[in-house]
Design a protein around this ligand. Structure first.
Ligand code: NAP
Length: 287
């Protein structure tokens, strides 16, 4: 009898307990199908590339079809397999259909990482926040995640289940002033992750989240070196994370080595959520 939470016995998936030598790590999703939302750039694109490098066929979801095609071309140039699905995840019908091409083309869906989000505009104290700004951010970052989960779980259950990772943020635990909709969405996403994990554990679907700290993606790249240095100085390890480091955590949570992990949120934050420096001291002054 298969162990709940693993995909033992399914085609192309190694048996539970089979030793995974380091040299085989890059094959650990061979024969599996993974879907990544927000795959057009940043953490989502890095996660899609990591799945492809680990042997999975990857479905790339976001709005920008050209950017997705560029990610697909990179994956294919490296010998991988990828499919582009242009979808606006604020639209319920787009989201409901996004997993269909995975099942039509590859026959199954085993893993999904929901990285799509809207960051909101300029930091604004709550009382001055435009309702439209609230709605726009929540629509992608929380409602869009709910819609994505629904479609992914429906696609996974017929072939015995799978694993999903929602990309939350350290702001899902600790607020940042001026970012009410983003902070609320990320707190909500962690609650949504727990509920989805409970609701679908018996279906063989694991649902977890990751909480990245400041990560060197396009947004921080545009902010310039001085801003990046300031942000990095607040991180205990004194640097920004990389998209590849966040992707590695997402893949671990999707893999069979995390078969007993569901409803959890893993911080990938260089120690940011661990606590604070001594009163009156910056983290850097402890060097
Ligand atoms: N970068 C960081 O420091 C950091 C830290 C903590 C958490 N995170 C989280 O990590 C995830 C990725 O962030 P990132 O900085 O790598 O990328 P990002 O610049 O926030 O990109 C977001 C992604 O979401 C997609 N997206 C936005 N609106 C969408 C919509 N309506 N429908 C479908 N897709 C949509 C975008 O693609 P299109 O524009 O092509 O649609 C893009 O691929 C996000 O959830 C973010 O909150 C990031």
């Amino acid at each position: 009898m298969p162990t709940p939470g693993t995909r033992q016995g399914q085609p192309g998936v190694r048996a539970l307990g089979q030793t995974v030598g380091y040299s085989h790590c890059n094959e650990r999703f061979r024969g599996e199908v993974a879907l990544v939302t927000g795959a057009s750039r940043g953490i989502g694109a890095a996660t899609a590339r990591a799945f492809a490098a680990a042997g999975a066929a990857v479905v790339l979801v976001a709005r920008d079809a050209d950017a997705l095609a560029a990610v697909r071309a990179g994956i294919e140039a490296d010998g991988g397999t990828a499919l582009v699905v242009a979808a606006d995840l604020t639209r319920a019908d787009d989201a409901a259909r996004m997993a269909e091409p995975a099942v039509e083309r590859f026959g199954r869906l085993d893993a999904a990482v929901n990285a799509a989000a809207a960051h909101g505009g300029r930091p604004t104290p709550l009382a001055g926040l435009a309702v439209e700004e609230w709605d726009r951010t929540i629509a992608v970052s929380l409602r869009g995640a709910f819609l994505s989960l629904r479609a992914e779980i429906a696609a996974m259950v017929p072939s015995g289940g799978g694993a999903i990772v929602n990309v939350a943020s350290t702001t899902g635990f600790e607020a940042v002033a001026g970012l009410a909709p983003y902070v609320a969405a990320k707190h909500g996403l962690i609650g949504l992750t727990k509920t989805a994990a409970l609701d679908h554990a018996a279906d063989g679907v694991r649902v977890n989240a990751i909480a990245p700290g400041p990560t060197h993606t396009e947004q921080l790249d545009r902010a310039g070196p001085a801003a990046r240095e300031r942000v990095a100085a607040a991180v205990p390890v004194h640097r920004l994370g990389t998209p590849d480091e966040v992707a590695a955590a997402a893949l671990w949570l999707c893999g069979d080595q995390a078969a007993f992990v569901t409803g959890a949120t893993l911080a990938v934050d260089g120690g940011l959520l661990a606590g604070q420096p001594p009163f009156g001291a910056s983290v850097r002054s402890r060097e």
